[in-house]
Design a protein around this ligand. Structure first.
Ligand code: SF4
Ligand code: SF4
Length: 389
């Protein structure tokens, strides 16, 4: 066995059965073997056995949206996500810039401010009308109503009424810069339900972006530091599914949990009011394939009176926003996103429920391109609406 296979022994577990192919969004889109999990594992093994230069495998690996839908589909339990991360760690050491931006607090705040200003001032609308496709696409990805909300380090929000516990809130990078409403809705709902919410000093980014870019060491460093900063409370509440999946994978004993699911497990004490609306839940891949609590989320949504949860076709298929492939592979990830938006639109739902900022940006863009009047909402925002807090 070569040194390469010593480092990645799970590559030997793939028996090439192909049962993962239909779960894979990139293969579904292109029908190309190199865009499939089986093909990518084959390429990584060829690199590990010195049969293929790493540069020849890299384009196919970088087209993977890292949704990990191939893992539950695999009878051999090949840990595809782990293998890919480790392969990238060995061979690339993180060559992309996104993680460097997200992991630097000053740069992140600057970028967030610039994007919000550009959206409010109409600059992004102007950029979205430009002939340059990349510029147009980037401008379109910024949410229509970006909101910043990042409480100062150490801020605490008191529980309303009798206190039931204390939780640490993870703010995240993109979440706090562009989806601050989700942070506010989490705090309002948790405190109304009797939980004191603490926002400890924390890393600018949980490290998931660095890990997705191939810099596993940097990702683990940020993630482990984040966990240390957030530990010592009843739970680490994380509104963004991608961050929750990454932090939870670093320490299974840490109680890393979405705010909606945390409250469902604790048991609601407030009265729920009707939300008469048809919605469709776009399950974030990391909740579906890594954390595994997507059924719990559906159950929690169904407890809201009069809320109708519609089902879309290919409900478990990625929207194309996973990892950082959407930056590098616009054509492929746009096609995946357009297919997803079409299926969600077809349900006739007036809102798409999504608890992950990357998915929310991708879906809002693709639904807007279809001129669908469908908005995106975080599950905790629906709960807040129902609790009227
Ligand atoms: S992680 Fe997703 S995109 Fe990548 S190979 Fe697996 S199913 Fe396909
Ligand atoms: S399902 Fe598993 S064993 Fe089968 S081809 Fe895919 S990765 Fe390999």
């Amino acid at each position: 066995m070569s040194q390469g296979l010593d480092a990645l022994p799970s590559l030997l577990d793939c028996m090439h059965c192909g049962l993962c192919l239909q779960a894979c969004p990139t293969y579904t889109e292109t029908s190309s073997e190199t865009d499939s999990p089986r093909g990518r594992l084959f390429l990584m093994r060829a690199v590990a056995e010195d049969r293929l230069p790493v540069a020849d495998a890299m384009p196919a690996l970088k087209r993977c949206v890292q949704c990990r839908a191939c893992e539950p589909a695999c009878p051999s339990k090949v840990p595809y996500g782990q293998v890919l991360h480790e392969h990238m760690e060995i061979h690339t050491k993180g060559s992309d810039t996104m993680s460097r931006w997200l992991g630097n607090s000053a740069r992140l705040k600057f970028a967030g401010r610039a994007l919000r200003f550009s959206r409010r001032s109409g600059l992004l609308a102007l950029a979205a009308a430009m002939p340059n496709r990349r510029l147009r696409r980037a401008a379109n990805m910024v949410p229509r109503k970006p909101k910043h909300y990042r409480p100062k380090a150490g801020t605490e929000f008191d529980a309303v009424g009798e206190q039931r516990g204390v939780v640490a809130l993870h703010l995240g990078c993109v979440e706090a810069e562009l989806f601050g409403q989700n942070i506010q809705d989490s705090i309002a709902t948790l405190t109304a339900e009797g939980f004191r919410v603490v926002c400890p000093a924390q890393e600018a980014c949980c490290g998931a972006a660095a890990a997705h870019d191939g810099d596993l060491q940097a990702g683990h460093h940020s993630g482990e530091k984040s966990l240390q900063q957030l530990q010592g409370y009843d739970a680490i509440v994380v509104p963004a599914a991608g961050c929750a999946a990454f932090l939870g994978s670093l320490d299974e004993a840490a109680n890393v949990v979405d705010p909606m699911i945390f409250l469902a497990r604790a048991g609601l004490r407030g009265e729920l009011h009707a939300v008469e609306r048809q919605v469709v839940y776009a399950t974030p891949c990391h909740r579906q394939n890594v954390i595994g609590d997507a059924p719990e989320m559906r159950k929690a949504l169904l407890q809201i009176p009069s809320l109708e949860l519609l089902e879309s076709e290919e409900a478990e298929m990625c929207c194309g926003a996973g990892g950082s492939a959407f930056l590098r592979e616009p054509e492929l990830t746009d096609a995946i996103g357009q297919r997803k938006a079409q299926l969600l639109h077809q349900t006739g739902a007036s809102q798409v429920v999504s608890g992950n900022p990357g998915c929310a940006m991708q879906l809002e863009t693709k639904l807007r391109e279809r001129e669908a009047p469908t908005s995106i909402v975080h599950p905790i925002s629906l709960l807040r609406e129902s609790l009227r807090v």
